[in-house]
Design a protein around this ligand. Structure first.
Ligand SMILES: [Zn+2]
Length: 299
């Protein structure tokens, strides 16, 4: 854990300075009015650490206002440690591990990890594929749907639809309630550009996708035709194997209400993986770039 020796993982003033440098490379920006103009620091015992006052709208703010760290009593250095831990572990980090390593309660660790997953979720992602590029679509099953009885096959399991762009090597995953064309096709249309070669297995729910995209090419799993030319949904299958090893090995139980957040975490690490020459430190910086502008809803 030598990477965690950096001062911003231990000292809250250094953590705040580090986060300010990440979020405001050109100086503080007021989250209330967007002004990057003159702001001054409110020093002294009467003010909490890191407080600034905007000279344009007269509101006060700090680097955590409008982020997933806002209104948190958890020291900022511990937040940065938790972000680093989640960014640097391929199969994720359990809330129990965060609780033991950082000395916060289990419940606090649970809230921290879900907020960090929210930071990892992309906002307003662009369509995948386009310009004749290829996007693979495939589905996988995990855990159990709430209230469903265990049976053979997958109907009682939670269902995930993942898309992988062959060119950018990026993945995007969605929790789906069923595998009907009326459920899957709108997600494909929403996330994939029209000028795309869609690649799937031969499952019936994709049959009507050919009119939505430049082409729809399939591989017949049941005839052992796993690879035909470059039509192979293997990239998405590699993603599923990392996701499943993490979900089974690290997280074990996951309620359906939260599955989309775990998917955001695995998508984020996959999209910023070592094979794409993203280091642990850079992956952490990219996660911190996503802490702003996210609305959190917890029941
Ligand atoms: Zn302002």
């Amino acid at each position: 854990m030598t990477a965690l020796n950096a001062p911003h993982f231990h000292d809250d003033d250094k953590a705040r300075a580090y986060l300010e440098a990440q979020r405001w490379p050109n100086g503080p920006v007021c989250p209330h009015c967007g002004s990057a103009g003159e702001h001054y620091r409110l020093e002294g015992k009467a003010h909490r650490a890191g407080l600034l006052k905007c000279c344009d709208c007269r509101e006060q703010f700090s680097v955590t206002v409008g982020t997933v760290f806002e209104r948190s009593k958890i020291p900022l250095s511990k937040w940065l440690c938790a972000v680093y831990m989640l960014c640097s572990s391929k199969k994720g980090v359990s809330s129990h591990q965060i609780h033991r390593t950082l000395g916060v309660t289990y419940k606090t660790a649970w809230f921290m990890t879900h907020r960090i997953r929210e930071a990892m979720r992309p906002s307003n992602p662009a369509p995948m594929g386009g310009n004749g590029g290829a996007v693979e679509a495939d589905e996988t099953f995990i855990g159990r749907e709430p209230g469903k009885v265990k049976k053979p096959s997958f109907h009682h399991k939670m269902k995930v639809l993942s898309l992988v762009d062959r060119q950018t090597k990026q993945v995007r995953s969605n929790v789906v309630d069923d595998l009907r064309p009326s459920t899957l096709l709108p997600i494909l249309r929403e996330n994939i550009a029209k000028e795309t070669r869609l690649m799937t297995d031969e499952a019936g729910y994709y049959h009507r996708a050919n009119k939505d995209f430049m082409s729809h090419e399939t591989v017949k799993h049941k005839d052992d035709e796993y690879v035909r030319g470059d039509v192979k949904p293997h990239t998405v299958e590699n993603y599923f194997s990392v996701f499943k090893r993490g979900m089974v090995g690290t997280y074990q139980h996951c309620a359906k209400d939260h599955l989309h957040r775990y998917l955001a975490e695995f998508d984020f690490r996959y999209n910023n993986r070592t094979a794409l020459e993203v280091t642990d430190a850079e992956r952490t910086r990219r996660a911190l770039a996503g802490i702003g502008g996210k609305r959190l809803t917890y029941r």
